[in-house]
Structure formats: structure tokens, C-alpha cells
Design a protein around this ligand. Structure first.
Ligand code: PAF
Length: 282
């Protein structure tokens, strides 16, 4: 696996690969790699000649400084894991100056309102940070295809919008949420849970499955109430938000229309660890 620690060597490599006509699949990450990331790489490897990944803990997308400080970082372990699996051909480990030549600040985007829903309300500035770093990474890596997990469904929708608005020549793909054996969505943040919390956190996915059973059987306000009641009964957990939203507009709904697709979105703080999950309602 090739490792590039600066923009210039990465760009030279990408140019050489493009000259050879290689199709590039790219999966950007913030490290602390887990099975969920590996599932993205596997999809990318099946659909491209070459897989590039990046690890960069992007400060501008953290609205909470404590979350940024505590975000798990172990690049040497990540490199060993990637070498071991042999799926990724090249790893980009940029420095701040490679992605933010004019200083560590976000651009300001208008994603047609997608940025104002859910995470946008609870994490001001988050999607400007994500947009800024993803735009720059896509401009440098120039992939044919880029892969993002559906766990961050709103992020995925926003990146699709970004690419569309800026006419970037890349196809964005969403990959299904990869779950632990108990249903908990895989996340780098899970590393910060104690074994007891990790076990208890299965209630998040279990609740989404119940919501799917209740979908179109009881009203949305009644579903919202039942979800709130479930989390009121959990010790050491707080429900930050639960919403059923239109899959396209991400706008919360209070009523199910026949011809629309819906998804349930949830954020729960388990101790001080913020966990996010969602489920397409079927
Ligand atoms: O999903 C993530 O890991 C990050 O938000 C991303 C897309 C790598 C941008 O920093």
C-alpha cells in the first residue's frame, strides 16, 4: 500500500494512475477504522481498478471541542490494518495545510435546505465543515467513484448535493450500515463505550426496528411518544432527537403520504458518546 503524507505526492500519483486509464474508487475517513470502513473498501474494490482512502480528523466539522479532542486516533494501527487486509492501494494522510491552504476555516454552503435539518440543527456549522473537506479531497483525489456510509445518511445526501451543485466529475455511492452482532451501528465512536454501554446501546437499533413495525400502523406523534418513553426508561442514555423524515427532502413528517419514502433518524448520547443511526421504513 502506498502512503502519501502530502498533497503534492498524492496528486502526482493520481495523475500517473489517470494516465494509465485506471478507474479510482475513493473512501475518505477520519480513521479509527472498523469493519464498516472495510465494507466500503470492498465495494470500492469491486467497482474500480484502484482504491484510495484518506484519514483526516477534520476539525471544522466538530462543533463540540471536547468531541474533537476525544475522537479516537491511532493512525499506526489503521495503517497496519489496511496493510493486513490488502484492499486499499493508496492511503492519503494529509496535514491541515494540504486541505486548508488559507487556514482552518469552512466555506459556507447552501445545500437547498438539507443542511438545516436534524444534524444541522444540533451541530451548527457541521455540514459546512464536511462540505469544505470533502470538496477539497474530491478535487485532489479526482476519483471516478466515492463511497460513504449510510449511517451518516444526511451527510451522504449533502455530499450528493455538493457534487451536483459543483459539477464535480464523480459518482457518489452510499453503502449500507454495517452493524455489530447486537445491531449497534459500527462507528469509530463505539471505541469510547464501556462494554456495558456497548451492550445497552443495542436499544437504539431495536427501537428503530420497532418503529418499522409501527410504520403506517399508528400515527407519527404516537410513534414519537413511544420512542421517547423507551429512552426515558434507559439509564445513562439521553435521546437527543428522533425524527421520521422524507428520505429525499429530509424534512420531518407528521403524516405518512402514500407515495413518499420515509426514514427514521435517531441520535442518542450514551454517557458522553454521541451515537447516530437511521433506518429506511419499509
Ligand atoms: O464520515 C466521515 O468520516 C467524515 O465526515 C468525512 C466524510 C470523512 C469528512 O471528514
Amino acid at each position: 500500500m502506498e502512503i502519501f503524507r502530502d498533497k503534492k505526492t498524492l496528486i502526482d500519483y493520481v495523475e500517473r494512475q489517470k494516465e494509465m486509464g485506471k478507474k479510482i474508487g475513493f473512501a475518505p475517513t477520519m480513521g479509527a477504522l472498523h469493519e464498516g470502513h472495510l465494507s466500503l473498501y470492498k465495494i470500492a474494490a469491486a467497482e474500480n481498478d484502484l482504491v484510495i482512502s484518506s484519514i483526516f480528523v477534520n476539525p471544522t466539522q466538530f462543533n463540540n471541542p471536547d468531541d474533537l479532542t476525544k475522537y479516537p486516533r491511532d493512525t499506526e494501527r489503521d495503517i497496519a490494518l489496511l496493510k493486513n487486509t490488502g484492499i486499499v492501494d493508496a492511503l492519503y494522510l494529509p496535514e491541515v495545510a494540504d486541505l486548508y491552504p488559507d487556514g482552518l476555516k469552512s466555506k459556507s454552503y447552501d445545500f437547498d435546505g438539507l443542511e438545516n435539518e436534524m444534524e444541522g440543527k444540533f451541530r451548527p456549522g457541521h455540514f459546512d465543515g464536511v462540505g469544505t473537506v470533502v470538496e477539497e479531497l474530491l478535487r485532489q483525489v479526482k476519483p471516478n467513484n466515492a463511497y460513504f456510509g449510510e449511517k451518516d445518511y444526511q451527510q451522504l445526501a449533502i455530499i450528493e448535493k455538493l457534487v451536483d451543485q459543483l459539477h464535480l466529475p464523480v459518482k457518489i455511492h452510499g453503502a449500507p450500515i454495517y452493524r455489530e452482532a447486537n445491531g449497534l451501528a459500527m462507528s469509530s465512536r463505539n471505541e469510547r463505550l464501556t462494554p456495558v454501554q456497548r451492550d445497552a446501546a443495542k436499544v437504539i437499533h431495536d427501537t428503530l426496528l420497532k418503529v418499522n413495525d409501527w410504520f403506517r400502523v399508528i400515527t407519527v406523534p404516537e410513534i414519537n411518544k413511544r420512542v421517547k418513553d423507551i429512552f426515558d426508561d434507559q439509564r445513562g442514555m439521553t435521546l437527543e432527537y428522533f425524527e421520521i423524515a422524507d428520505e429525499k427532502t429530509l424534512k420531518q413528517t407528521d403524516f405518512f403520504y402514500k407515495d413518499k419514502k420515509y426514514r427514521a433518524f435517531i441520535v442518542v448520547n450514551v454517557g458522553t458518546v454521541r451515537l447516530i443511526d437511521n433506518l429506511h421504513l419499509d
